[in-house]
Design a protein around this ligand. Structure first.
Ligand code: KIV
Ligand code: NA
Length: 270
């Protein structure tokens, strides 16, 4: 029996061996990723990656819970974190607690992640004190894109730079057990990582972080496009397209199914 990584194990990795984290949305992929990863994040990026939405704004808590259950059936080792989607936690600590407790109770996952502006310190503290581990998420916050504009890296002005540092401190002081930093300059990531007491997990945030996370389908090359900060380790899109193209041709030419794929069963009383 494999021992599951816990929140204290993640916290203890500050400044140590880099944390290996990936997104997971479904059972078969989670099973493949689990042995390699410290953290599997059921990210609200699933709205775009799995459901074809333009942004993460339309993702619901029910969607997160459905995918979270599938991931939990496969994950034996990694800590599983569920993203709270837009509109389910920002209004008040009480709203966040209701959403987070549902996400954990209905899936069995061990933690939630929220996109944590400076205001979110109160919410993070409220949840942590009541037994819900929270991962923060600062810098480029995709759910805030309507207000903050686009998916460009953050830290282009002194005000923005200071704001990202304030977000980091707010999450750290409120008791977040780890903080995702998305889309920031290397120097800013280094400064934050040095200043906070918990591991930072970077996505487009340089090697200065205590760990790294990517959207799994980006690193596997499922799509034509990926952001600058992604390194592709496979070309899954091409692999799938090629395989399905060959199968389709075989069906059309009646080469599939062949004898090996065909049942030849005769009633044994005939
Ligand atoms: O939703 C997501 O996938 C994320 C990460 C990539 C950090 O929040
Ligand atoms: Na997310």
């Amino acid at each position: 029996r494999i021992k599951r990584i816990g929140v204290p194990d993640i916290r203890a990795r500050k400044g140590g061996e880099p944390l290996v984290c990936l997104t997971a949305y479904d059972f078969p992929m989670a099973r493949l990723l689990d042995p390699h990863c410290d953290v599997l994040l059921v990210g609200d990026s699933l709205g775009m990656v799995v459901h074809g939405l333009d942004t993460t704004i339309g993702v619901t808590l029910d969607m997160m819970i459905l995918h979270g259950k599938a991931v939990m059936r496969a994950a034996k080792q990694a800590l599983v974190v569920i993203d709270l989607p837009f509109g389910t936690y920002e209004a008040s600590p009480e709203q966040a607690f209701a959403s987070a407790s549902r996400a954990l109770a209905e899936t069995g996952a061990q933690a939630v992640k929220i996109e944590s502006g400076v205001y979110a310190g109160d919410t993070i503290r409220f949840l942590t004190e009541r037994g819900i581990p929270v991962m923060g998420h600062i810098g480029l916050k995709p759910q805030a894109a309507l207000n903050e504009g686009g998916f460009k890296a953050r830290g282009r002005s002194q005000a923005e730079w200071d704001r990202v540092i304030a977000e980091a401190k707010a999450a750290d002081e409120a008791g977040a057990f780890a903080i995702v930093i998305e889309g920031v300059d290397e120097e800013l990531a280094r400064e934050i990582t040095a200043q906070v007491s918990v591991p930072t997990i970077g996505i487009g945030a340089s090697p200065a972080c205590d760990g790294q996370i990517l959207v799994t389908q980006d690193l596997l090359g499922l799509f034509d496009w990926a952001p600058k900060f992604v390194k592709r380790y496979a070309s899954l899109g091409e692999t799938v397209s090629d395989a399905v193209g060959r199968w389709a041709a075989d069906v059309r030419s009646r080469e599939f199914p062949a004898a090996e794929q065909t049942y030849r069963i005769r009633p044994n009383d005939r």
